[in-house]
Write a protein that binds this ligand. Sequence first.
Ligand SMILES: *Cc1c(COP(=O)(O)O)cnc(C)c1O
Length: 376
Amino acid sequence: MPRRYYLGLNAGGPSIRKMLFTHGNAGDLRELNEFLAEKYQGAPILCKNGRSALALALKAYFDPGDKIIVNGFTCYAVYEAVVAAGMTPVFIDIDPKNLNFSPEILDEFWKKLEKTHHSTKQIRGIIVQNTLGNPVEIKKIQSFANEHGLTIIEDLAHSAGIKYNLKTEAGMVGAATVLSFGKDKSINTISGGVAVLRAPQKHEIKAPTKRPRFSDVARDRFYPLFTAECRALNHIHLGGVLMRFLITIHFVEKSADNRLSLNRRIPKFEAKLALKQLKKFHKRGEATLRDFYLVRDRAEVLKKLRSAGYYFDSFWYEKPVSPVRYYKEVKFPEKDCPNAVKVSNEIINFPKYYTEKDLKKAKEIIKPYLVGEFYG
Ligand SMILES: *Cc1c(COP(=O)(O)O)cnc(C)c1O
């Protein structure tokens, strides 16, 4: 591993210096708002994080009690948002090739519900996720949604800037577009998120105005510094120990634990950083994703990768709805989603701070274990 990765300098996310010393003001919130309104052609609602933004977008277009179609391989944040909005998630199995529900799987699911006389009536919405930056077949999904009267929400936490069908940029199809600015997401300012409401709202949503908690802001500011320390200590096998300690004393928060709030706004300095990243991104017009690999004997592969110096305390996703500590609560329908279960036992992917070059050795380790095609 190149030494700079141990030191965590500029490792994918915002730099230590930027996070510690950027100062934001009301003008930064306004500018970010204007940029997003223009880019996604709607009304931006800036939030504490992506899940809060998703919950508000759902509240804007659906009624409590509605059922919402969700990708059967996802982050707990999505489940949390649907439930916080007063709705029920309906998990749909995935195609292992791109980790998204396919139009065929959706069709099959719908027909089965009708055949078994289960009501499809309460199903009103569908969240498109473009898992790890892999686009869904949007045209066919739009047809499916139109046929059944479903409203589409685009969740671009993994996929800001990607293109559907190699042409149109994601984020212009749904009634609303949601972005997360959380750790390891397409746009990364440690936390923050936005819902851009494009279609006329069914229920009027007001943007959160309450100031962020001081402790949350402080934790975000120090996050890159602490994680860099952990990476630095990794080669003497202390990184994991320090990280667990920092998490225990709540100095570092795992992204899944970032709490949902419908009334707190994004910290101003994070709005400033998010705008900078969005502008760069917008100009390059490229996606950032995690390459993924499906392997047998994953525990063994992970052990080998760790002893070769790769540091990752989590990957996406070790359960169909991750992290594992929240999995029970979700009551995931494993019987209906066999692909998601299988993939969650086989998948490996790396955080964005590893470059192609860094991953060369990892690929050699992984290769003998690959199942099916060589994805990623
Ligand atoms: C992370 C994530 C979100 C929102 O994340 P926050 O941590 O709340 O910013 C939404 N959708 C998906 C698929 C995610 O992975």
